[in-house]
Design a protein around this ligand. Sequence first.
Ligand code: T4K
Length: 382
Amino acid sequence: MTSAIKPFINPIYISRPLLPDLDDFTEKLKEVWNAQWLTNNGPQHILFEKKLREVLKVPYLSVFNNGTVALIVACQSLRLSGEVITTPFTFPATPHVLMWNGIKPIFCDIDPVTMNIDAEKIESMITPQTTGILAVHVFGTPCNIDKIQEVAGRYGLRVIYDAAHAFGVELDGAGIGTFGDITMFSFHATKLFHTAEGGALTFNDKNLKPYIDLLKNFGIKNEEEVIMPGINGKMNELQAVLGILVLNYIEEEIKKRRVILDTYRKCLEGINGISLITTDKSNQKMSYQYLVIRINKELFGRSRDYVYQELKKYNVFTRKYFYPLCSNYSCYKHLPSSNLANLPIANKIVDEVLSLPFYGGLTVDDVERICNILKSFGDKKS
Ligand code: T4K
């Protein structure tokens, strides 16, 4: 540890949840108390879905108790089976939902720049058993949607996007949730927008709405009929109330995160071996959800793991998302597609990425300090 830079007194995490004013929350809870309606498509749930459709710019949407269950239901609703092509560079939920549907995940390598599934390689992974593609907009960067759609169209495959990190992302003015057959959003507490736990599916096919709503409520059609083996994916009224209030804070939070992003950009610029991953292109509205750097050990002089460990001594708790690669988990490493030779880019990148603290509560001073600490590791090499 460099004596010149003092550790933070309180721990600095990668994320802190956006919390609405507690009085506003309790005030709004009175509506729930008065209605004595806590879950099962209550008035807050209905209002929340309406508001979200507008914010996400999607025609149809169904909210869930979390993103993982939403993704399980998405696979069910499209009747995916056999094999589905996906990315190994993601949170465990992505391949796990395939297993929960009795589907074999087929891992495809990733693009070295976007870190999303390499759309150019998808075709080579297709077999007679392939029924779909489950792609992730990793860290909110949109996938190569045109290419994925083109391949899927040619082979009659369904496309699901895991947009857990992509709340509010737009491409040429269109909500990111309007692409593919179904898109999943996560509203976990660590996300820019959250309902403590929660998620949503969005889609363009209006026939999917009643079907997905049935699947998330045990398949209950009415008091006389249960017409399919559904699950309990319902969001409750307390989550919906929280979501309705948190929506009011998003714009302000994004403004703050823009300043933080600019500060990181300025402070990290010119450090040999450290590059900032951002997706601000003129035709895209970005997610401001994660702040990710790549560390080139040869150029920087220190490895990502060194930086991750050393930062802890300064009370800075970063995350190595998404290490380990899903294809290296004990439950997936036996799959032929998990072979290192099939995933050279993903296996390289996973040792270089680091998610840094990124939330509105950070000050410019905090960010400058974090960057100075980082810089000092490189200075000390040899
Ligand atoms: N697909 C993808 C690509 C995903 O990234 C995710 C979830 C999903 C699907 C599934 O969606 P959900 O079913 O979760 O809706 C966190 C989240 O739990 C997870 O939602 C998220 N991705 C993943 C990337 O991050 P952990 O295990 O890394 O979180 P945790 O508890 O270590 O929190 C990270 C930091 O955030 C902590 O060090 C401190 C801070 N924190 C956390 C919580 C929970 C707070 O300040 N307050 C809090 O309440 O998974």
